[in-house]
Design a protein. Structure first.
Length: 293
């Protein structure tokens, strides 16, 4: 996964255009959810409750072999005012997240949010019964937005970070008051995944790595095994300065443009150490290429 979201300029371009308006990945996701709402309404009108129940998620049913429920639960979206509000949140905040991450990483984020719930409750099915259907993941997308832009002003000039903490605390209190352990775990899993994904994307968090067990090679007594390998000149110079790192490679113009956009949106403090080094290397490379007067 790209940590900085500028592996190619096409990642930030629209998927297509409709009547002169750009259509991005988040718009296609919302359109798919609207279609699922219309299909769910038609099934309810036709009293096809049996088909709807077979599409919803059930941990016990998945353990019995009905694996499709892990993927089809999101297709059941009965029409409601709450669903309309969630779709508006997904368009508003999801577009900003997609603009920052790029289309590919945004779709990876949403796919993870979609799968984390059924996979978690499938694993917990022997000890915890969970049944649910539908859901847009809009609140977790808002958590991703608040992680990317914590100082963005929202309603009544409240910062995004405090709105996110307030809504998260309110949701947890509602789940505790209703003794709804499923809802509490769902909230922690989706919001935690969104937060971890963005932190990893920013380069501030690494996924845990497990040690690899390799077969040890027998030691040889030849002179070549004890001979030190030649050290490059750049590495010797870096070791003399107390560091073994190589200078950063100048960034391409597409990457520089993305860094400047990030600075314009979130300020210079939002850049990671790697991004700052890349930007500085690009600036020095540009100065070297500039003709001397």
């Amino acid at each position: 996964m790209s940590r900085h979201g500028f592996e190619s300029p096409e990642e930030h371009d629209p998927v297509t255009w409709w009547r002169g308006h750009p259509v991005h990945a988040v718009h296609l996701l919302v359109a798919a959810l609207v279609v699922s709402m219309l299909v769910t309404t038609a099934l309810q009108f036709a009293r096809a409750d049996g088909l709807i129940s077979r599409l919803a998620f059930s941990g016990e049913a998945v353990w019995r072999g009905e694996l499709w429920r892990v993927l089809t639960y999101g297709l059941v979206n009965p029409p409601s005012l709450g669903l309309a509000i969630e779709l508006l949140m997904l368009v508003w905040f999801g577009r900003e997240v997609e603009r920052s991450l790029g289309r590919r990483d945004f779709l990876r984020l949403y796919a993870g949010l979609y799968l984390v719930r059924p996979l978690l409750f499938t694993a917990l099915a022997p000890v915890l019964s969970a049944n649910f259907a539908g859901g847009t993941g809009s609140f977790a997308v808002f958590i991703a937005f608040a992680t990317l832009f914590p100082d963005a002003p929202l309603l009544f000039n409240l910062l995004a970070r405090w709105v996110a903490w307030g809504l998260l605390a309110l949701g947890a209190l509602m789940a505790l008051g209703a003794r709804d352990g499923v809802r509490l775990l769902e909230l922690a899993a989706t919001c935690g995944f969104a937060f971890a994904f963005i932190r990893h994307y920013q380069g501030r968090w690494s996924w845990p790595r497990f040690p690899r067990f390799r077969r040890s090679r027998p030691a040889t007594a030849t002179a070549t095994s004890t001979r030190a390998a030649p050290v490059p000149v750049a590495a010797r110079a870096g070791a003399a300065r107390g560091t073994a790192t190589t200078p950063p490679v100048p960034a391409p113009m597409a990457e520089v443009d993305a860094l400047l956009d990030k600075i314009a949106q979130s300020g210079l403090h939002s850049l990671t150490a790697t991004e700052r080094a890349r930007l500085e290397a690009a600036r020095e490379d540009l100065q070297r290429r500039r003709p001397k007067a």
